[in-house]
Design a protein around this ligand. Structure first.
Ligand SMILES: *Cc1c(COP(=O)(O)O)cnc(C)c1O
Length: 518
């Protein structure tokens, strides 16, 4: 007999030993409902909506007509609905629980943002409408640009990049364009060891050789090594501040001065702006380009929740190369600069269609307006306070590789797990059973078995206390070592047990067929 997931059930299971004692006949676990792949549910000829035959229309597909069955499943309407509702209930999200992912700033998405983005005059417009009919939308983009420039102390901003990584691409393309304009063909970008993977990836994508700069014992970039690596071949440095160890790069002004001395540019990865919002202005630190993840600091939804948005603030030196289009304000109202050789200079071109992620601009603007300047500053203060609360709540059990107060995230290594047989991965899996999305693990790479925890400002003291309590419970359990299966078996209560992540990456099954379903 087959259960809901098409696997043999207990009475006639071929792989009996693989089944857990607590497995049910249906595969459901109480209200945690299983759902087979939608392709497995299809039954030929089943129908959702009975549509009338279409009127004869002129064929404009020009040979692109469907010529054979493409294998879509036939389903009833309730089947489709249940399938997606069940899947959505298996999602873990910031609306369901605490999400302590380091380096990602997973904070609450206020509902006023959502309501604003759905307002008729904003939600129902199209970027191809005549400019005269979307003056309000352009004003909003211009206002948001103004506040981003004010917050960062930078003179210009490119609004169109669609994510942090896309913003990095924009910034490095501007750096390349600036060197090109001077007739220079530099080949190297310096990237510290602790950098987010997108930094070296961006530099490589733009054709640069990536040269890694080691970290010092205190978790900051090694300035001597940085200085030694500088040469006229260096196009720029990509540095994250606060960095991915959760630390402020306190020699940042010196770094800016040194890179400028050799004619290079300073790209600052601003993904962690949440920690310094209203407290420190990158423009005062000598930064030339920095992306701002609206989906981190300014609370717009991440990933599956909606597109990201990564505006890039630019210095005087790089502003002329900013991508088009951008909004221009004049006495006649708002218009768009679409030409690469516009009034401001020589743009390197276009990052994407239209102006960027309008829905995210509205949400970010709503967030700024609902906080005000004092509220925005308090975000950074509370985020840093919460991270340090977690740090202090755990640091008698977990070892912090770097001394002292952290910024927005608390970083621990796995030295306390030594000789327990339990790994950072095991702790992360056990956290799933405790009802948490695991923290970031094994990143940054400079810390062994890293656990990187960013609570953000939006969590209450009670949430943090419960989290600290459950982390302490797990670490103490690992240290006692009297229940070895506990960790290797985790997660026990999730819809799927521990997956073979290596096989999933090396032998991905991307196309469903009857054969590979078996
Ligand atoms: C999130 C993040 C990025 C990438 O941003 P995306 O919007 O995910 O592309 C880059 N650098 C750091 C430090 C980050 O935390």
């Amino acid at each position: 007999m087959l259960n809901n997931v098409g696997r043999p059930t207990r009475p006639d299971a071929a792989n009996h030993d693989d089944l857990l004692m607590e497995e049910t006949f249906t595969g459901n676990k109480a209200l945690n409902l299983e759902t087979p792949l939608i392709f497995e549910q299809g039954v030929k000829g089943r129908i959702g909506v009975d549509m009338a035959e279409p009127r004869a229309i002129k064929n404009r597909l020009g040979g692109l007509e469907k010529s054979e069955d493409i294998g879509l499943p036939d389903l009833s309407e309730p089947q489709v609905l249940r399938h997606y509702v069940r899947l959505s209930r298996q999602n873990y999200s910031i609306d369901a629980g605490f999400y302590p992912l380091g380096s990602c700033t997973m904070k609450h998405n206020p509902r006023i943002n959502e309501k604003s983005a759905r307002m008729k005059g904003l939600g129902d417009i199209h970027p191809l409408q005549p400019v005269s009919t979307v003056q309000g939308a352009l004003e909003l983009i211009d206002d948001l640009a103004h506040w981003l420039k004010t917050i960062t102390g930078m003179p210009a901003v490119a609004m169109s990049p669609a994510a942090g990584a896309h913003g990095e691409l924009c910034g490095v393309m501007a750096i390349k364009a600036a060197h090109d304009a001077k007739g220079e063909n530099r080949s190297i970008i310096l990237v510290p060891e602790s950098a987010h993977g997108t930094n070296p990836a961006t530099a490589a994508l733009c054709g640069y050789k990536v040269q890694s700069v080691p970290a010092r014992k205190d978790g900051r970039m090694d300035i001597e090594a940085f200085e030694a690596a500088l040469s006229p071949e260096v196009a720029g440095v990509m540095l994250t501040n606060p960095n991915t160890c959760g630390l402020f790069e306190n020699e940042i002004k010196k770094i800016a001065e040194l890179i400028h001395r050799v004619g290079g540019y300073f790209y600052c990865d601003g993904a962690n702006l949440n920690a310094i919002l209203g407290r420190t202005r990158p423009g005062d630190l000598g930064v030339d380009a920095m992306h701002i993840n609206l989906h981190k600091t300014f609370s717009t939804p991440h990933g599956g929740g909606g597109p990201g948005s990564g505006p890039v603030v630019l210095s005087e030196a790089l502003a002329p190369f900013a991508p088009v289009p951008y909004v221009v304000k004049s006495d006649e109202g708002y218009s768009l600069q679409e030409n690469v050789t516009g009034s401001a200079g020589k743009s390197f071109g276009r990052m994407k269609t239209f102006h960027g992620q309008m829905g995210m601009f509205i949400r970010a603007m709503a967030y700024m307006l609902s906080h005000g300047s004092d509220g925005l500053r308090q975000i950074a203060e509370d985020a840093v306070l919460n991270a340090n609360y977690v740090r202090v709540g755990l640091n008698d059990l977990l070892h912090s590789p770097f001394d002292g107060i952290c910024m927005h995230e608390a970083l621990f290594d796995d030295s306390t797990l030594k000789n327990t047989g339990v790994t950072t991965l095991d702790i992360a899996k056990a956290m799933i059973d405790e009802g948490y999305h695991p923290m970031t693990m094994y990143f940054p790479l400079v810390v062994h078995g890293a656990m990187l925890i960013e609570p953000t400002e939006s969590e209450t003291k009670e949430t943090l206390d419960l989290f600290i309590g459950s982390m302490r419970h797990l670490i103490e359990k690992a240290q006692k070592g009297n229940d070895p299966d506990f960790f290797t078996q985790a997660p026990k209560y999730s819809p799927r047990r521990r997956l073979d992540e290596t096989a999933a990456a090396r032998k991905p099954v991307l196309r469903w067929s009857k054969e590979n379903a078996a």
